[in-house]
Design a binder for this molecule. Sequence first.
Ligand code: BGC
Length: 817
Amino acid sequence: MNIQKPRLHTVMIAVSAAIMGLTSACNSGSNDTGSVTKDYNYYKKEAESMLANMSTSEKLDVVSGPGMNFGSVKASDTVNLSSDVSGVAGHINGVKNDKLDIPAVKLADGPAGLRISSTRDGESGTYYATAWPIGSLLASTWNPSLVEEVGKATGEEVKEYGVDILLAPGMNIQRNPLNGRNFEYYSEDPLLTGKIGASMVNGVESNGVGATIKHFFGNESETDRYYINNIGDPRTFREIYMRGFQIAVDESQPMAIMTSYNKINGTYVNHRRDVLSDILRDEWGFHGLVMSDWFAGNLTIPFQPVIPVATDAYAQLKARNNLIEPGGQKDNLQASVDNGELTIPELNENVVDILTQVQQTPSFSHYAYSNNPDLNAHAVLARKAGAEGMVLLKNKDVALPIAKTSKIATFGVNQVNTYKGGTGSGDVHAAYTVSIADGMANKFTLNTSLIDFYTNYFDSTKTSKSIFGGSINVCPEAAITGNQTMLDLLNTAATDDDVAVISIGRISGEAADRTNGQADTITASAAGDYQLSTNELDMITSVSNAFHDKGKKVVVVLNVAGVVDTASWAGKVDGILLAYMGGQDTGNEIADILSGDVNPSGKLAQTFPATYSDVPSSTTFPGEDVNGDGVLDDIKYNEGIYVGYRYYNTFGKSVAYPFGYGLSYTTFGIEGAAVSSNTLDKGATGSLTLTATVSNTGSVAGKEVAQVYINAPEVKLKKPEIELKAFDKTDELATGASQKLTFNIPAKLLASFDPDNNQWIVEPGTYKAYISNSSDVSGIEPVTFAVSKEIIVSNTTPGAMALPAGVSTSDFVTVSE
Ligand code: BGC
């Protein structure tokens, strides 16, 4: 795991000191003309020489952002900010003195695209950004190169709008379907999360701007997120919740990482030196800067109802959480320096980590941004990525695709109140959102009476609901049974139209989790609920009965922020498309799939359970109010490593739709699975290579994802039945065409964490590899390979993230093989 991946830039330096942001006096010779390899060590040395010219006060400016205007809390002026960008989330202060001229750096969200203000006071110009498909939808593409393209385009917007570091991607694990921020995250699986996250970072950073993987780690719920304490065993954290971040560090060396709000085994992540220095930097080789989440770690001033405001900002710096955001902690930190809580060497270490990265930002090189990114090209890419991620869950008797000559009856208020993405910092100010009704109208003849009905109904029924950072319009579904207008419309539609398309919507967002309730009270309760509401279920039943009576098909489109119940109603309809939230072109992407212009190739990045109570964390989510003060204290990760399909497959639980599943309009065969090379006897540097051939055996062109699941021997360690260890997606294969795919699994990705010996190990014995098109590997003949003796892949920090005193793994973990 100790692979060091410095960003290497070999450049001809023929620039003036002013362009470098330094005065000649402190430029340590870098204004000489010559060829210099600008790697991590180069920038670190430069940062160390800057340090020599900074006062303690200036250093404190760098490690604590300027703060944020929030209620009674007021921000200071950002130091050395030349041209701000309206709507950014925060800054890193610069330095300006006789010897140094380091510009301030701008940080902006977020996971579905750049979140800046789209308009500015006194200006007629607009600053729209592309609203990309949400993280879960991008992950469902299982296509890292496409995600890298999305990252590249996102990074162009970051750069051309004058921002330096994007606060994305979000890489927490979808431990439970009800996390309100699951839409920002990729998957329940760490390998998929890590691979997709690394691709996003590589794409964004190819523009010379930074990306921030977040929220490291354990922010898998939103309720009382500022102080919740995650209790779990170190193996669980390492194998599931940190693993995606580790892969992203290994494969993309991001400029920044954002720590999470929560505690781990009693201590805030941003106070944990074992996590932020020993593991992140020493074990994994991370070179970037570490920033806190906004107001995290006993500093949650605007939001903090419970814990009195503390003055322990210094604890973050001691742990090497370099940058406190949005900041405003200078006075606290100065007091800590004065009373010896924070030493100057400790402060220096953090300043160097930050300035090493600041030198690589566009602001530092005074990049003349255009405010004119290529939004048109990005819109085309966003639509392509969204359609490629959408997952066809059901297609009974070829209900889909729908012929473009068909007349379609569209039901559900969500067709006009379509969600492009979730709320909070993962929102984007895009120029437009194409609703499902509009997207469908671009391809099909629609029943306009129904659309008029839903448009008027929405306009007259919607209410504004305040949410974290703003408000949204919500509207319960219209009743059909007992509503004569709707009954008449339905009867006419079933007679006149050819097919029904029902849209169901769910939105969720930051600072609130969803609930396992029925969404009847959606106007008043949590934004988004797991069960369908009475009216939604009635709509599905009524429309299905009416259309099926006439021998016509019914399709449901799920425009949702996360997993919802399907088991209770899926049997009533012919087709189900999981559209998630496709960004600004959501409606067009749905129409692309329903019409067959795009053959679906998305695969689930998370399991759809048969019922919520089957979710292994259903009894512990979102946490426990231990002391009865009305605020959640602890959340026990006591299902251990058995998260998502690792649980369902190991314990034989049937699910509604398994992880990795998704239908196509064609059929595929995966054949000839074989081990083409096994160098695992080389030990930690060895790897396994498998190949298989995917053939399009159906009648239209399409793409397929082949997934490699490994069943590993259990010597010292219990293991899930299967774990995803590699995957690949074919190109678009014409009917009858085949493609041979190659899967390389290095020892480090095969390894499990041995907590007794603090090591990542590959255990000896016979392994089975299933090359499958979903995590349902029943019926697949595995190929086998052997590991002759235990491989120690790496040694790790002893005692890191230890359980609280008095708690041992055996008395705490509830699910084990
Ligand atoms: C969120 C982060 C976000 C930050 C800045 C926090 O509330 O948790 O994801 O980047 O705000 O907007």
